[in-house]
Design a protein around this ligand. Sequence first.
Ligand code: SAM
Length: 348
Amino acid sequence: MKELIDQLRDTGHLPAEGFFALLTMRDREAEAYLMEQARQVAVQHFGKGIYVRGLIELSNVCRNDCLYCGIRRSNGRVERYTLTREQVMNCCEQGYEIGFRTIVLQGGEWGEERSQWIADLVAEVKQRWPECAITLSLGEHPRETYALWRQAGADRYLLRHETHNERLYSLLHPRGMTIEHRLQCLDWLQELGFQVGAGFMVGAPFQSLRSIVEDIQFLVAFRPQMIGIGPFIPQHDTPLARFPAGTVEMTARIYAILRLALPQALIPSTTAMATLAPGGRLRGILAGANVVMPNLSPVESRAKYSLYDNKASLGAESAQGVMQLSRELATIGYSIDWSRGDSPLCPS
Ligand code: SAM
C-alpha cells in the first residue's frame, strides 16, 4: 500500500486498480500514512492556513428534481424563499466586515428569465467590494448565461458533476438530466475562464466503489481548480429518504487521494462532513482539505435550505462563529487564511 501511495504522490496518477485498492484498504497503518502524506502535500502548497468562503444560500426555489435533494421541485413540504437584493447585500457587508474575501452565491436552479437579476447582483457586489472573489453555484445554464455572469464579474463556479457513471446518474436524477449536459456545462465554464469546481457525493444511493474510482479518474483528467465532495445525507421528504448516509471516513479517504493526485486543488471540508460527525470538518482538513465555507445566509432562511436532514449552519459552521472555527482549527495546528484564496491553477 505504501508504494501505491508514494506512486500517487510522486506521479499524480494510478491505474483504476490502484485507486480501488486505496478505497478498500483496511490496514490502519497504511490509512494513517495516506492521511499523513495528503496533509504534508497540502501544507507544502498552502501552509497551515485554511481559506474561508462566506456562503450565501440565495434561494431554495429549484426547477430541477434531483432525487436526493431536499429542495427538489417536487418537494411540496419546503417553504420556498428567495433572498432580496438588499438581503444579499447585507449578508455581503456583514461577511466583508468579518473578513471574508470570497462570497459564494449558491441556490436552486432558476429559469433563464432570472439570469440578468443574478448578473446585476454580481456586478453590484463586485463594484462595492472589488477585492472580493465571487463564486456562483447555481446549476446548469446555457453558455450565454454563464458568459453574462462571467462578464458581470463572477470569478468561480461550482458545479458538481455528481457522478461520471451514466447509469448511476440516471438513477439519481429525473429523466432529461444527463451527465453529458453536466459535463458540457463544465467545459463551457472552463472555456469562459471561471475557476471551476466539480465533485460528487460519497455514499450516494446505488453508488459503488467502482463508480467512485471513475469519479476520481474523471477529476484527475479534468483537473478542476476546486473539488466539492461531501457525504450523501438523506432528506426525509425525498424519494431516497430511506438510504443510509455516506461516511466521514470514506469521504476523508477520498480527499486524501485527490490531494495527492491534484496537489494544488482547492478542496473544501464540506458542511455535510460537519453535519455527520462532531469534528467531521477537522477530519477533512487532516485528510488534506484546505477550505471551509461557513454559512453567511440570514439565520431565518438557513433551515429552509434543507438539502439534507439536520444540516449544520450554526456555531463554527456559521460565518458569525468564525472565532469558534478559529479555535477548532488551532486544536489541530491550523488557522484561518483570510486572503481571497484563488487557485494556484488560476486560468486568468
Ligand atoms: N443547484 C446548484 C447545483 O445543482 O449545482 C447548487 C445547489 S445544489 C443543492 C448543491 C449540491 O448539494 C449538489 O451538487 C449536491 O451534490 C449536494 N446535495 C444535494 N442533496 C444532498 C444530500 N441529500 N446529501 C448531500 N449532498 C447533497
